[in-house]
Design a protein around this ligand. Sequence first.
Ligand code: C2E
Ligand code: MG
Ligand code: MG
Length: 587
Amino acid sequence: MASVEPEPAPESVIPFPSTMQTLHAQQSARKNEHLLHTVLDNMEQGVLMFDADARLVFCNRRYLTMYGLTEELAAPGRSLRDLLQHRVRLGNFSDDLDDYIARLMACLAEKKTFCNVVSSGDDRVVSIVNTPLTDGGWLATHEDVTDRQKAQEQIAHMARHDALTDLPNRVLLRERLEHELKRVKRGECLAMLCLDLDHFKSVNDTLGHPIGDELLKIVADRLRGCTREPDTIARLGGDEFAIIMTQLQQPSDAAALAKRIRNSIIKPYQIDGHQIVSDISIGISVAPLDGTEADKLLKNADLALYGAKSEGRGTYRFFEQEMDTRMKARRDLEMDLRNALANRELELYYQPLVNLQTNEISAFEALLRWNNPTRGMISPADFIPIAEETGLIIPIGEWVLHTACRQAVSWPDHVKVAVNLSPAQLKSRNLVKVVTTALAESGVAANRLQLEITESLLMQNTFATLATLHELRKLGVQIAMDDFGTGYSSLSYLRSFPFDKIKIDRSFIQDLSNGAEPLAIVNAVAGLAKCLNMISTAEGVETQQQFDALQAVGCTEMQGYLFSKARPAHEVDRFFAEDATKAAGAA
Ligand code: C2E
Ligand code: MG
Ligand code: MG
């Protein structure tokens, strides 16, 4: 406490003066005063009291330390102006002195509290409250709110930025987009870019999340390096980014930015001793051409991104109206597919596989058909991808397994049933259980079930996937590699798992008449299968010439229209009757 004149004890406290009582009263007043000193000096806030003439009555120690004042400078009796002038000199009063005093006095004259938050000139923020007192003076409190303000700013920043990359998040992107769209209404153009890293998930899955995070940070830096100051780059979550490109002269400016970004993103990344390559897909919508509302522009850029991804990724696409139409049609299809199982619109057709050594049917492949009352028969090539994306493939795949096993149980024991598996099914935890139940409920022996998986599934190869495959094989189920040759480094996948069968993709078979090369490939695969003790199946055999060529290179099994198209379940028995007749004829 700087200095407080001890006030005489109020008379009313001593109704019947006597020497003893006076002494007591003085002691008690000193005690009160000491108490007041202690409280005031230990307060977090600076406290000052002024009288009606704007002269200091007292101030506490905290006020002195806050502004670096001495007791002398803040002694009772000093005028407010004096005090503030010292602070101006010390560099911690940045307001206009006369203006400040005038505003304060005007407010107090009206018996109103005068509050303000000021920067004290040394990066500190102080909240000041001046409360008028009944005698015409006032009480002022000064509170250092720098930390509180910083925390609030931090919270406000976090609410609008992504923690990993410190880029604006979806909230801030929207705010900026709304803001920029006002300029579009005044005649400017802008482009909205939605970006998605290709195969980022596999980086996370194979190298771990810390490396994935590091990659995202570098990608964010590279994006910063491709854009100009007024553009906004945002991270929307996961591997999704967005950019608002302002002051667009023509749509080709956005295409140029997209190309620049791709060139930067595809450069290899060195993270923790790993070399990583990545690519990016970009969708672009342009305002006002493709919309003047934030929602519509974002949605259209997203549709364009979807278009870029379905065109094989690593590319950019501008929004086109048909994308919207196609997406709506797709959504309708998805809605219908959701009801297909319950409405019993799904059916399994079966196509025979013929063993070339015995000339007998060795297996039937179950091929899914969707017979919708309004759409008619829909090819699995059209609806399986949608079922995969929506997760519907899990219940549908389970239905296929159960149905195929139930129908196959009536076939001769040596005839197997082949079922196609989707990547999503293999990733789901309970596939082994679904297979075990389907076998147990139908009574089909495990070694009569063949599961077909594609290379794309092994490209997303994780330990969990391989472990599931091994578990299935332990049950006695056979595993076939489907559509072999359509993926990337096919041979290395053959080493990763001991397949029972390789199905050579029908594109190779169709090419057989186009020179020696396709035949050489089929020859090599058939030879490889033989060495590895696997069955080699040629898919899509349609002509006798293909049949002869394939037999000559040693394929062990064939499937195709030459033998039969896929047929409904109730027609399968006919094949066995034919087989039996053939056998009887041969005998
Ligand atoms: P896939 O497993 O490679 O099946 C073979 C496809 O080739 C079938 O088409 C079959 O009808 C067709 N095909 C057979 N022989 C010939 C031929 O000689 N010439 C020609 N041009 N085509 C022939 P489909 O039934 O349209 O099935 C297409 C794909 O849909 C299948 O390819 C498979 O990947 C997928 N699929 C079918 N059913 C299921 C299922 O139950 N689950 C899953 N996950 N996928 C399925
Ligand atoms: Mg198949
Ligand atoms: Mg196939």
